[in-house]
Ligand binder design. Structure first.
Ligand SMILES: [Ca+2]
Ligand SMILES: [Ca+2]
Ligand SMILES: [Ca+2]
Length: 474
């Protein structure tokens, strides 16, 4: 569905090009035309005009120049700049704003087509709390700033959107505004306007985000299902044959004021007494991009004797259509606190799957492992682009897997906790293990650094957003 309008617009552009010639096409004032229809203007001033500075201070005002009221939550502003190094990371802050800093978010993105003066952008967005702009109204002052996360001096003389001479507010078309996904103001650096059909830019939908802070009351909270999650009750693998997948063992306790999802797996040494847990997105719409979750692994049971061959996970997966089918896809982070699969101690695996044959067992995958304890909270990130799969644990690169293991089709997002077998602890005394999940994040078609993931999560929290899902159905 998504490709049809884009293809249609591309054909229109080609037809115009044939009529007018390519030089004439470049002169067609697409943005001006759109602005007249949709009606936003952006004013800019800098409060930090030096060629270099401790922080860049793009202050902005957005004005509704159209005839109808605009929901600010539909507006996104981009300020484009050249990063100080390929690895530089940036932090956003709002010093003061008429609309309230709590209603303004700032996130950083990377341009698909870097130019001499732009390879990143700061994207300003608004929560629903920012309200509306009536025709003719503006947001008033938004005193914004950003700085290197190291607080090293940044160079802004080479930044596309920077203008040292604008020290009081004036219209500035090197900052762009999107309204409901269409660029209605300004000109992006050449080749980087996602809504200009003549620019060979990001795949459609890039940057759309799923974020869930898992603020629910119970596994029967209607919001949990409404937000796209299924708490598993159907029988079947993986794990102990004839074990029960028990939705009631998925709970949402508050830990230090923050709601977390708790998956509890328990057994008394028999299949009949074994309870496993799994939470899965109902939608299989997740493919390239960034996946992140903050997960608490445990080395010891919450109660009872230790030693079971437990698997604590965060993973993405789709269906195996036939043994060894190439278009199967799965990316796993799996922690075994008590060994299993031939291991005798704790081990963390990250595994990227091309495909497999269930019988006789044959696996085509690449994995990275670390034999050490990962008890406690950890930041887990998986990034997938068109060249590799990367796994990060607590901000450190843990493994890079090759292009032959890239996904062919979209996947679901899953958490589960289960027992490989009942051989690790043969007692019939009851015991229970907990895996906790603080949040999950997916950003479609964009590879974020661990710092960018942390900034995005912090921005949602400072905006009071516990859940958002912008990822289109595939
Ligand atoms: Ca710069
Ligand atoms: Ca595959
Ligand atoms: Ca949480």
């Amino acid at each position: 569905m998504r490709t049809r309008p884009a293809a249609g617009r591309r054909r229109l552009a080609l037809a115009l090009s044939a009529l007018l010639g390519s030089t004439a096409l470049a002169a067609v004032p697409m943005n001006a035309t759109a602005a007249a229809a949709d009606g936003l203007a952006v004013q800019y001033r800098t409060s930090s005009g030096g060629a270099t500075a401790d922080q860049s201070e793009p202050w902005l005002k957005v004005r509704n120049t159209g005839a109808s009221t605009v929901q600010l939550s539909q507006v996104k502003i981009r300020y484009y700049f050249k990063a100080d190094s390929a690895s530089a990371s940036y932090r956003f802050a709002c010093s003061w704003a008429v609309k309230g800093c709590a209603n303004i978010t700032g996130t950083f993105g990377t341009l698909s087509h870097p130019t001499a003066t732009a390879d990143r952008y700061l994207e300003i967005a608004f929560t629903s709390g920012a309200g509306t702009l009536a025709p003719g109204a503006d947001t008033g002052d938004m005193q914004l700033r950003f700085y290197q996360s190291t607080w090293q001096t940044l160079t802004q003389a080479d930044d596309y959107s920077f203008n040292s001479s604008l020290t009081s507010y004036a219209d500035w078309n090197k900052v762009t505004a999107q309204l409901a996904g269409s660029t209605v103001w300004g000109t992006a650096p050449e080749g980087n306007d996602p809504t200009d059909p003549t620019d060979p830019t990001d795949p459609p939908g890039g940057g759309q985000t799923l974020f869930d802070d898992f603020a629910y009351t119970s596994h029967t909270d209607p919001a949990l299902a409404a937000h796209g999650w299924n708490v598993r009750s159907n029988s079947g693998g993986p794990g102990v044959p004839n074990a029960t997948w028990d939705p009631s063992k998925v709970t949402f306790p508050t830990v230090s004021g923050n709601s977390v999802m708790n998956l509890q797996t328990s057994t008394a040494g028999t299949a009949e007494s074994t309870r496993q847990t799994e939470v899965v997105s109902k939608s299989t719409k997740f493919k390239n991009g960034t996946y992140a979750a903050r997960v608490k692994f445990t080395d010891a049971p919450a109660s009872g004797p230790d030693g079971d061959h437990l698997v604590q996970t965060f993973f993405t997966i789709n269906d195996l259509k036939a043994p060894m089918a190439d278009d199967y896809s799965e990316y796993d982070v799996e922690y075994l606190p008590n060994g299993g699969w031939g291991e005798t101690g704790n081990i963390l695996y990250t595994t990227s799957w091309e495909t497999y044959n269930p019988d006789p067992w044959q696996a085509v995958n690449q994995h990275t492992e670390a034999r050490q304890s990962y008890a406690g909270w950890h930041d887990l990130i998986v990034t997938i682009d068109s060249s590799s799969i990367k796994y990060y644990i607590d901000g450190q690169l843990f493994g890079t897997h090759d292009a032959q293991y890239l996904p062919e089709r979209p996947m679901s997002i899953n958490f589960n906790q289960w027992l490989i077998d009942l051989n690790g602890q043969t007692s019939t005394t009851a015991r229970a293990y907990d895996e906790q999940v603080d949040y999950v994040l997916h950003v479609k078609d964009q590879v974020l650094t661990p710092a960018q993931v942390a900034a995005k999560v912090a921005a949602y929290r400072s905006a009071g957003t516990a859940f958002v899902d912008e990822v289109p159905a595939s």
